[in-house]
Ligand binder design. Structure first.
Ligand code: ACO
Length: 462
């Protein structure tokens, strides 16, 4: 950014280059030429926020900041992984439309694509699948660690903790600038997350752990660890195996969402990737993010019957009840392309296992919202989580477990984004600024001069 003096003495008009913005500061009458960054592939335009720091009223002034709570309009990185056009309902991984990947690819091929940027050749795919398949076992102490949780512990709390604990088993993973260490950590996380997820399921149900069967493909192996009982070899329902693979693909990445931003921010401190993705799982747990799939089912259960839908919609609009969970998105201002695919998938699964009893409520909710001025004017459409819960439930997963399945898919995106962040020379430790609005300097005067410690014996206050 350059500064052009247009004060009375200067009287020089700003000479903005074609790729620069001209900013005039009314406090000083100075004009600044703010260089625009090279456009993104799809035409995204931005200026460097730190260029605004040149705009100051005095030399010791900190300089102008941009204020952007919740990062509504801040690009925190340049990324070549995922593209979303929220107005047109477009989602692409590495340039490939999500619809094509969901129809023709597999989750492990998509995970390869996300990390490497290109689709694998047959040899590359063979060795990628081999490496993941032969890292599915976890240290036995992870199984013991999980038994320390109460049977009714939330599965996302268990997953967050188990992934963070995994970091202690691989101290070499801290060597994040060694490409071989990064590779093996990525392989381990893709391989072991389904194993841990299945162990969590078995712990919830009080069932013995089933160890990986590495002769099975990725999704079937996970379903075997979840559902196998006394049979020597588990054979998954092909409709479930296919649905799971497509859902993992749909969840694999979604650019700079809350959990991915958490992974990048935590990873920017150069912590190991196990710790960074544990932060991602924690962020995903929230009901405004991945936890929405659980919240949708709880909402549908609360509505109870299709006839109660109109009253529920009125409650949401009146701001008295909760939000319409599974609706709305920070980026999509039209139908979430993933939700379209999930809806079709739900039809295929229900054709196999029978109609879910609550599908009618979901369809009525969708219809009511899509025809209601409140939702239409706010551009609120179903997001990916609206129908996924119904599919997971028809596969007999407990409601509180749904977000674990989301995390299994998103692991591929978190790891690719983490590595892209590390290799990006422009990235540093994430450290936003603030606008301080608290008390100005004041002198300490204790309020506790007569304070006596509480000497009551009982620890639980009545
Ligand atoms: N139901 C009712 N009203 C809603 C909803 C909803 N689901 N979502 C947004 N609104 C309304 C808000 O009340 C607000 O109205 P106002 O302008 O009258 O105040 C307006 O729409 C804009 O909402 P914001 O909260 O500003 O939108 P934001 O982009 O911050 O939030 C979010 C996006 C969090 C996804 C929101 O739409 C929401 O809470 N949805 C429900 C939870 C959900 O389904 N989350 C999953 C998202 S997908 C994912 O993370 C995988």
């Amino acid at each position: 950014m350059s500064q052009t003096d247009t004060t009375a003495a200067g009287a020089k008009s700003a000479q903005a280059a074609p790729s620069a913005l001209e900013v005039k500061d009314p406090r000083t009458q100075r004009s600044y030429s703010v260089t625009m960054l090279e456009r993104g592939t799809e035409g995204d335009e931005a200026i460097r926020a730190s260029d605004l720091r040149q705009i100051k009223t005095a030399d010791d002034d900190f300089g102008m900041m941009s204020y952007d709570p919740a990062f509504m309009n801040t690009a925190s990185c340049k990324s070549a992984i995922t593209f979303i056009d929220g107005d047109k309902g477009i989602l692409r991984y590495r340039g490939y439309p999500i619809e094509q990947l969901a129809e023709k690819s597999t989750f492990l091929e998509v995970a390869y694509l996300l990390r490497h940027g290109e689709l694998p050749t047959q040899d590359e795919y063979r060795s990628w699948v081999h490496d993941i398949t032969f890292h599915t076992y976890v240290h036995e102490n992870i199984a013991k660690f999980l038994t320390g949780f109460r049977h009714d512990a939330h599965p996302m709390a268990m997953l967050t903790s188990a992934l963070a604990a995994l970091s202690s088993f691989y101290p070499q993973a801290k060597d994040i600038f060694d490409p071989a260490q990064r590779y093996i950590s990525i392989i381990r996380l893709l391989a072991k997350t389904p194993t841990i997820a299945a162990m969590i399921y078995r712990h919830m149900k009080g069932l013995p752990i089933v160890y990986p069967d590495n002769s099975l493909p990725y999704g079937e192996n996970y379903l075997s660890m979840v559902a196998r009982m006394s049979e020597p070899r588990y054979e998954a329902n092909p409709a479930f195996a296919k649905a799971l693979d497509v859902l993992l693909i749909l969840h694999a990445d979604h650019e700079q969402n809350c959990s991915t931003s958490a992974v990048r921010a935590v990873g920017s401190s150069h912590v190991d990737p196990f710790s960074a993705v544990a932060a991602g799982v924690a962020a995903l747990y929230g009901p405004l993010h991945g936890g929405a799939n659980e919240a949708v089912l709880r909402m549908i259960e609360q509505i109870g019957h299709p006839k109660n839908v109109p009253a529920f919609i009125e409650e949401v609009k009146g701001g008295k009840g909760s939000r319409l969970m599974g609706f709305g998105h920070r980026v999509y201002k039209s139908y979430d392309p993933r939700a379209k695919i999930v809806k079709q998938l739900a039809d295929q699964v229900f054709a196999q296992v029978g109609m879910d009893k609550d599908l009618e409520i979901a369809l009525k909710l969708e219809e009511a919202a899509l025809n209601d001025e409140y939702f239409v004017s706010r551009k609120l459409y179903p997001n990916v989580d609206f129908y996924t819960g119904l599919i997971y439930r028809s596969m007999a997963f407990p409601t509180s477990y749904f977000t674990v399945l989301f995390a299994m898919g998103r692991m591929a995106g978190w790891l690719s984004q983490w590595e892209e962040m590390l290799l990006d020379k422009e990235q540093k430790i994430a450290r936003p600024r603030q606008i301080y609005v608290g008390a100005p300097e004041r002198q300490y005067v204790s309020q506790l001069t007569d304070y006596q410690p509480d000497t009551r014996k009982d620890s639980i206050r009545k």
